[in-house]
Design a protein around this ligand. Sequence first.
Ligand code: SF4
Length: 267
Amino acid sequence: MSTQHLVDMRARLAPRDVAPSEAPPLSGRIHSLESGGMVDGPGIRFVVFTQGCPLRCLYCHNPDTQALCDGREISVDALMAEITKYRSYMKFTGGGVTITGGEPLMQRDFTAEVFRRCQALGIHTTLDTSGFASQSVAATVLEHVDLVMLCIKAFDPDIHTKLTGVPREPSLRFAEYLHSIHKPTWIRFVLVPGITDQPQNVEGLAKFLAPMSNIEKVEILPFHKMGEYKWERMGFDYELKDTPSPTAAQVQQVVDTFRQYNLTVEI
Ligand code: SF4
């Protein structure tokens, strides 16, 4: 075998260095996109629903976002191209981009990069999360987040586990971390009659949140069954099918409890 032949063969067999420009583009798995979101943060928002969630909330209205492998893949570049089409109305309405799910922190790098690029374009960023993540994961993403919407499912440990299938501690530690870094935060609390409306649960949460000066408001979300048809379509048993929505009086009682602790409350 000639020397030249050996050189050629080695060149063919040696692993190729991948130049940075050849690295695969960062991508994530999403369920869907919504360009006119009115309830997911301030102003009119471009909403990204990511795929994957570690919780299994009994009332989940998006059970089709729970499995990380479902949905479709989208590159950050393609998503940013879509987002920038709506930049002017986001700016005009004081809106921005919200990433929700599922649980966006399950796709840390994707979520962080979309937010980083939005902020670089002057677009307001909101993370909608259950806070079920480690501090190191959270820190990577929060660096590029203007507002957090943190849904605390329950304060009572037994109610939390029964409702979500996971312990409450990561979410509570997440709330404390947001406070420690002075991150503007809206708390969300879903009021489910017979489950989350227990006085020790509501009052415990109000007491826990009261000292946190970063909390701008608490939103009470009355339980509804709008996602029930998705459970049926997916062949899942919807355990809350006989649970009613809370009455106006039940909602007011919870509002009053949070207000007693000087928290700003919205329904
Ligand atoms: S955290 Fe949200 S997406 Fe996840 S199971 Fe609960 S309601 Fe569904």
